[in-house]
Design a protein around this ligand. Structure first.
Ligand code: G3H
Ligand code: ZN
Length: 287
């Protein structure tokens, strides 16, 4: 069954490791991520952007699919189904649809409006037994239509949002959605340390997990990051494996064109990426 992300992230914060949030785009993505989480006995967060929710025909479809897959696959590790970068309306729809966690991304709003809407959604999420993530500052780059300028989070604003009762908080610390540019200066650990100082035991979230060097990941975890989001890296791995399959002409051999064969290399590539991240984040055997 689905669980909220609160307990697994509080444990991660206390245990100095991070739980992976892996975005799903369809059944194959979900199957690969769940299988590896179970294999490594790791808690896992399945992230669903609003665009992916629409692509999968709606949040009710996603919730029903994930719940059924957990049962059919015999998944016993903690799994949270989490709306990623949710709008106010999207959050309300996911509460209705049976998600176990939501993110309200109010980082593009004036802080007062971010506070006002976050406060309302915290109450609603908790009344429905769900966890809720908020964001301060913004994540650079573009993710599924979400474009951020990459402003650093203001630690005082983080405290104001934390005091509303959110369960975990995403703070902009120079992280970027998508591939990092060659001249990327790295994560700003001074800002992260100040945010943690202001927010105490609240689990912090690192968006834009694709391509961040392992030493930075480990340092971010020591400074309070307990949830790390990864999407692009799985997408690139899937695309690369699928391209290789087709370039090798495998789709022309026998029933190689069967979608269950055509999608298999990509699904395996997602597994490899998720496995590597779970090992790096330290959540293996922490279910
Ligand atoms: O919200 C999703 C994540 O922040 C994904 O970031 O695509 O750069 O790995 P990424
Ligand atoms: Zn993100």
């Amino acid at each position: 069954m689905l669980v909220t992300a609160k307990e697994m992230l509080d444990k991660a914060k206390a245990g100095h490791y991070a739980v992976g949030h892996f975005n799903i785009n369809n059944l194959e993505w979900t199957k690969s991520i769940l299988a590896v989480a179970q294999e490594l006995n790791s808690p896992v967060i399945l992230g669903v952007s609003e665009g992916a929710g629409k692509y999968m025909t709606g949040y009710k479809t996603v919730a029903a699919m994930v719940k059924a897959m957990i049962e059919e696959m015999g998944i016993t590790v903690p799994v949270a189904l989490h709306l990623d970068h949710g709008s106010y309306e999207g959050c309300k729809k996911c509460i209705e649809a049976g998600f176990s966690s939501i993110m309200f991304d109010g980082s593009h709003l004036p802080i007062e409006e971010n506070i006002e809407k976050t406060k309302e959604l915290v109450k609603l999420a908790h009344e429905n037994g769900m966890s809720i993530e908020a964001e301060v500052g913004s994540i650079g780059g573009e993710e599924d239509g979400i474009i951020g300028a990459g402003e650093f989070a203001d630690p005082e604003e983080c405290k104001k949002i934390a005091d509303l009762g959110v369960d975990f908080l995403a703070a902009g610390i120079g992280n970027i959605h998508g591939k990092y540019p060659a001249n990327w200066p790295g994560l700003n650990f001074d800002v992260l340390a100040k945010v943690q100082e202001k927010t105490g035991t609240l689990p912090l979230v690192l968006h834009g997990g694709t391509g961040i060097p392992a030493d930075m990941i480990k340092k971010a975890i020591t400074l309070g990051v307990s949830k790390i989001n990864v999407n692009t890296e799985c997408q690139l791995a899937f695309a690369d494996a699928t391209r290789k399959y087709i370039e090798a002409g495998k789709d022309l051999e026998g029933k190689g064109f069967d979608p269950r064969k055509l999608l298999a290399p990509g699904a395996e590539a997602i597994k490899d990426t998720v496995r590597e991240k779970i090992e790096l984040f330290g959540s293996a055997n922490k279910a």
